[in-house]
Ligand binder design. Sequence first.
Ligand SMILES: [Zn+2]
Length: 272
Amino acid sequence: MILGEGPVGTQPVPSGPFVHRADLRPDSRGRAAHVAWTSVDAGSLALHILGTDDPSGRRAVERSRAAVEGAMGVARGSTFYLDQVHSADVVTADGIGWGGAEGPVADASVSPDGEQPLAVLVADCLPILLVDGLTGATAAAHAGRRGLLDGVLENTVDALEALRPAGARGTFGMKAWIGPGACGRCYEVPEEMRAEAAARIPELHSTTSWGTPALNLPAGAQAVLRSRGVAVERIDVCTLEDERVFSHRRDPGRGRFAGLVWTTGAGTDERG
Ligand SMILES: [Zn+2]
């Protein structure tokens, strides 16, 4: 992937399965990385908020996941989903997508060659996608308040850096996209929680538009990533203000949308 020349297209998508999508320029071998975030039109993609005795709900989620994979141009069932628990744990995608296994317990995943599509599910927390232009590795991280404070982003960057050859350590050529989440004007928290969070990451400190203590998760995530030398692009869509995406605070239990990173082109199974 050639990151320096910028993505081919980063325009917001008005409707359809994605609220935003960016397609990177293909590299010399014709491989191109893509990042995207699904919309409410794509349906909820989470199995965990369904009851275990809800087979029709499960089938609906599976249909929605398959339709999104059709829009991505990847094989049905190939996307690597996680069982997210607000941890700072990172796992390596094992080649088995949701069609073959329940996701492992973790909050970030890495595909060392970028070949396996990766997903994180959110509804106010941040869906952060990363591409290492040097190695072609990709990563997806679920970063809420707890994950940010516990270092999920640092751990994800470390995992990508560890895949580089010994002579090319560092993060030059690594890029992260911070997807839709609760913004600093909306994400109200108790004063004590804001103080604790800002003591660790000062950029988290915020105030709601109505004057009460808040956290600015996108600003906090950006600060962490930039401190590690990672280039950052923010998709400034607030889940609490924009009904094109799911929000747990605005509409609890209704659904989760996904942040997705995948590769198409030479050597991959592109259908679309
Ligand atoms: Zn907002």
